[in-house]
Design a protein around this ligand. Structure first.
Ligand SMILES: Nc1nc2c(ncn2[C@@H]2O[C@H](COP(=O)(O)OP(=O)(O)OP(=O)(O)O)[C@@H](O)[C@H]2O)c(=O)[nH]1
Ligand SMILES: [Mg+2]
Length: 383
């Protein structure tokens, strides 16, 4: 007689569970099935994405990229590492930092135009240096730039590249959307090709990764490498229209809010920052002006109502069709122990700045988005 077997399915997404192919839907490690034969099981993918309060993840590292980094190391080339000043705090990938150990790295901190004019570049440089130290990333110098309007410090950047490359190849490296292509196209406006070589689209040896190769002499080149992943940024969790709305196009002006115990600000329908403790706190928010901000009663006291009215309805703009209920969020708590001007930031969306006073904050972000706390990028102590 024919046998009837009931197949096990993922308790969350409903996919048929299978142990053969990790790249296909419903994959679960065989050891889990063996350990919990009668259990309510989640496929590996749901298990990963359903876990709340996992540590902020670093971005995905494409193993092929290691081949490019090995070439850079072997050649002792100069790396021009581009970061987006508006939001780069969670953009470093440990494996890249490890592989660049011992390589000369010039950091180009780009998109200066998005930050307030009144802060000075030295303070910004100190902040970048601090974040580099936190990431354990050793570099030889940093220059602050912008490609917007007439450009800012681009001459200075070329001078430093010439000085540090000293006849070696130069590789532009950095997260996607940091501005590598924009910086290179500014460079090309002034560039004269005095060599017998052409500018070409280049496939990096042994990989499918492509970039541009620009000859500087008959023996040396500038290479533009593909942007590294930003899959831990808000930018990669939302559709194109929301991406455009949350990416600032001009100087970001601080918006001031006062948080009291159990009150919060919602940033669009995308994230929320809540004060849990009793210290009344003035916060300055830095985000695109297209991000509508509303102050609310705390989520902690009225969790369901908040998600029903703000997130599910998408009533604050922008809202994303990828993020519409509580399950789509990670929740983090920050206990502020340091004094002075502090930030809590959400990669790709922006940050708040406030004076540290032992507060306890809770932050809701779409799953997998990187959040951090740091000393302030733009100090607000004197306001
Ligand atoms: N406001 C501002 N925007 C910039 C600046 N530089 C680049 N951008 C913008 O940032 C976005 C990404 O810039 P790209 O040069 O394409 O970034 P990329 O590093 O080449 O990105 P990938 O090719 O994905 O690795 C574009 O919309 C640029 O116009 C800058 O200095 N200021
Ligand atoms: Mg590019």
């Amino acid at each position: 007689m024919a046998e009837l077997n009931k197949l096990q399915r993922c308790y969350h997404c409903g996919a048929l569970l299978q142990t053969e192919d990790p790249s296909k839907e419903g994959y679960i490690s065989p050891s889990i099935i063996e350990k919990y034969p009668e259990g309510l099981l989640l496929c590996n993918n749901c298990y990963k994405t359903e876990k709340f309060n996992n540590n902020p993840q670093e971005a995905y590292f494409d193993a092929d990229y290691e081949k490019i980094l090995n070439v850079i190391r072997n050649k002792k080339a100069l790396v021009v590492y581009v970061v987006d000043l508006f939001s780069f705090e969670g953009a470093f990938i440990n494996k890249i930092i490890e592989l660049l150990d011992g390589v000369d790295v010039l950091v180009v901190a780009n998109k200066r135009d998005l930050l307030p004019k009144e802060i000075n570049d030295d303070e910004l440089k100190q902040y970048v240096a601090h974040r580099l130290r936190v990431a354990k990333f050793k570099v030889i110098d940093t220059v602050i730039t912008s490609t917007s309007n007439d450009g800012y410090n681009l001459e200075e950047m070329y001078k430093l590249i010439t000085k540090y490359s000293d006849g070696r190849d130069v590789y532009f490296v950095g997260a996607s959307t940091s501005g590598k292509s924009a910086l290179i196209s500014e460079f090309l406006k002034k560039y004269l090709n005095n060599t017998s070589k052409l500018i070409v689209t280049y496939t990096f040896e042994g990989t499918n990764l492509r970039g541009m190769r620009i000859p500087i002499t008959n023996k040396t080149y500038i290479y533009e490498t593909p942007g590294t992943s930003i899959d831990n940024s808000m930018l990669s969790k939302v559709e194109r229209s929301v991406f455009n709305a949350i990416t600032p196009k001009k100087e970001v002006k601080a918006r001031k809010y006062t948080l009291t115990k159990d009150s919060c600000i919602a940033l669009g329908s995308l994230a929320c920052i809540e004060l849990l403790s009793k210290e009344k706190t003035v916060v300055y928010l830095y985000a695109s002006d297209k991000v509508e901000v509303k102050a609310h009663k705390a989520i902690v006291t009225d969790n369901q109502k908040f998600f029903a009215s703000i997130i599910e309805k998408g009533s604050n703009k922008p809202s994303s069709s990828n993020i519409h209920n509580r399950k789509d969020f990670d929740v983090y708590e920050f206990q502020i122990t340091e004094e002075g001007s502090r930030d809590i930031g959400i990669l790709g969306l922006g940050w708040i700045s406030f004076v540290g006073n032992k507060q306890n904050f809770r932050v809701y972000v779409p799953k997998g988005v990187y959040v951090y706390t740091s000393r302030s990028k733009v100090k607000n102590d004197n306001k």
